[in-house]
Design a protein. Structure first.
Ligand code: F6P
Length: 343
């Protein structure tokens, strides 16, 4: 093992740079060179990279975003894309690739096995929807943002006796909505895993008012579905290279309905990209550091087509095939039902 390429793909999140730093530091101990490819898989298609040595990763531990840049480029979109990736891999004398990202990015890494490319994955997504790992890098930082926002919304909601609808990310998964809502003490939490009815929300808000609570916080995941619509609300129809259409607007959809049936002021906050921005939490820095070291060691030991995972507080390798076939990671019913104890 002499040379490893690193790529970061998909939606960014805080903690990626900590993982890159850990890969570089661990590889350096064995005299291995690291090449950082720019802007996700696009960097391998275009042979666009930079050397990553100790100097390049100095000071990046807490920083958000990805120093390599990211994109949602899918090399399998065209025949030419995959052959370019293969060509770049060979031309640069790479012995392995470490891909940091969510299901799309790691799905590509897994498929590249059939093209003679040896890869290891590191889970990174604020959505936390990758199976076989308790947490992905970025989720904890996103949770911190969501919790802080809900804390803030509480004070203005009670002053103005308002219903505050908070739309959070997560794509088809409710991990951010559920955990963020629970941590922030939201009064209603709506996630894609369980379609909701407007009636149940009205009932809950009225019950609170009857108890003298003149405000309510409703957390809704961007992918949540009202029963009557039975579909997600999207922004336009254009899909990215992995076939995803941008989700957005369910918060306003719900608020409009609530205004019609409640005699209360309703306001909407979309946390959007603030959930992915800024510095990484200590938990994410540590997780990324442990994942980065393990990923480098998997390459050194010749264990490919694996992903680093957190299981019962230990970092362990899991088969990428298994991860991808079980993702998106379902939310346990017991966890979902936790919401009802606090309603
Ligand atoms: O997968 C991470 C994520 O932030 C999702 O929660 C969200 O739906 C999506 O990315 C947004 O994608 P984009 O950055 O392409 O707008």
């Amino acid at each position: 093992m002499k040379k490893i390429g690193v790529i970061t793909g998909g939606g960014d999140s805080p903690g990626i740079n900590a993982a890159i730093r850990a890969i570089v530091k661990r590889a350096n101990l064995d005299g291995i060179d690291i090449l950082g490819f720019k802007d996700g898989w696009a960097g391998l298609i275009k042979n666009d990279w930079q050397e990553l040595g100790l100097k390049e990763v100095s000071g990046v531990l807490p920083s958000g975003g990805t120093l390599l840049g990211s994109s949602r480029t899918n090399p399998f979109k065209t025949e030419e894309g995959v052959s370019k990736v293969k060509e770049t891999y060979k031309k640069n004398g790479l012995d392995a690739l470490i891909a940091i990202g969510g299901d799309d990015t790691l799905g590509v890494a897994h498929k590249l096995k059939d093209y003679g490319i040896k890869a290891v994955g590191i889970p990174q997504t604020i959505d936390n929807d990758l199976a076989e790992t308790e947490f992905a890098i970025g989720f904890d930082s996103a949770l911190a943002r969501v919790t802080e926002a809900i804390d803030g919304l509480h004070t203005t909601a009670y002053s103005h006796h308002r219903v505050m609808v908070v739309e959070v990310m997560g794509r088809d998964s409710g991990w951010i909505g559920l955990f963020g809502g629970l941590a922030g003490g939201a009064d209603i939490i709506l996630v894609p895993e369980e379609p909701y009815t407007i009636k149940e929300i009205k009932k809950r808000i009225e019950e609170r008012r009857a108890k003298g609570k003149n405000f309510s916080i409703v957390v809704i995941s961007e992918g949540a579905k009202p029963i009557e619509l039975d579909q997600q609300i999207t922004k336009g129809t254009e899909a990215d290279e992995f076939g995803h259409v941008r989700l957005s607007g369910i918060g306003h959809y719900l608020a409009d309905q609530l205004r019609e049936i409640l005699n209360m002021d309703v306001r909407v906050t979309r946390l959007a990209y603030l959930q992915r921005g800024g510095q990484a939490t200590p938990f994410d820095r540590l997780l990324a550091t442990r994942f980065g070291v393990l990923a480098a060691e998997l390459c050194i030991n010749g264990d490919f087509d694996e992903m680093t995972a957190l299981k019962a507080s230990k970092v362990v390798p899991v088969e990428l095939e298994k991860v991808l076939s079980k993702s998106p990671k379902p939310i346990d019913k017991k966890l979902l039902d936790l919401r009802k104890i606090f309603y």
